[in-house]
Design a protein around this ligand. Structure first.
Ligand SMILES: [Zn+2]
Length: 200
């Protein structure tokens, strides 16, 4: 597999990079991405492939279950750099159906030590969905339940984003918009769960 990556890079240089040298030369001077993508680490959700975007267009942070944790210095630094330095106007939190991280919320953690701690930041999504299942939704099949939790987790992480003072300030100043999306691996399509108007 490692050899495949290096072979792929050689093809990239020959077929993409060398065909558009001016574009890549511009990128060596500065980056001006207009979107911050907060997505899942899952190998099946590659942002540039599913959104057909190029190098330089999307600033990316990925972790298990596309979580925004305000005690995560990694994401905090990404956010600060995106908003304060790059002045990125749009943030997308993108979940996906079939998410192993979200499924793990319902599973026995076994010997895992770190994954359960990390997933505490998504636990509230399960609680909220369960409340809806006990109320207006009634009983649903396991896959529907999973999809509801994936959707709810995106909403929850958008809420977490707004706990950052510089995020809420940029929102108030209308310099920033938040978007909640879910990628459906079965169709390749992205569903919009939450748009900036919902958060206004
Ligand atoms: Zn996932």
């Amino acid at each position: 597999m490692i050899r495949t990556l290096l072979d792929g890079n050689r093809r990239f240089v020959a077929e993409v990079f060398d065909q558009d040298k001016a574009y890549f030369a511009d990128l060596t001077r500065a980056q001006n991405p207009t979107v911050l993508w907060i997505g899942c680490s899952d190998s099946r959700v590659p942002v540039n492939t599913i959104t057909q975007t190029k190098a330089g267009e999307v600033f990316v942070h990925r972790n298990v279950a596309n979580i925004v944790a305000t005690n995560d210095w990694n994401l905090s630094a990404v956010l600060e750099f995106s908003i304060t330095h790059l002045h990125i106007p749009d943030i997308v939190v993108c979940g996906h159906y079939g998410c192993g991280g979200i499924r793990a919320l319902d599973a026995d953690p076994g010997a895992d030590r770190y994954i359960p701690i990390w997933l505490i930041n998504a636990q509230k999504a399960v609680t909220r969905v369960e409340r809806r299942l006990e109320g207006e939704l009634g009983e649903v099949d396991p896959e529907t339940r999973h999809r509801l939790i994936v959707d709810e987790n995106v909403r929850l992480q958008l809420e977490h984003l707004q706990e950052y003072p510089f995020v809420s300030a940029a929102l108030k100043a209308r310099q920033l918009r938040l978007h909640g999306w879910v990628y459906d691996m079965a169709s390749g399509a992205i569903r919009v769960i939450s748009s900036p108007d919902d958060l206004a």
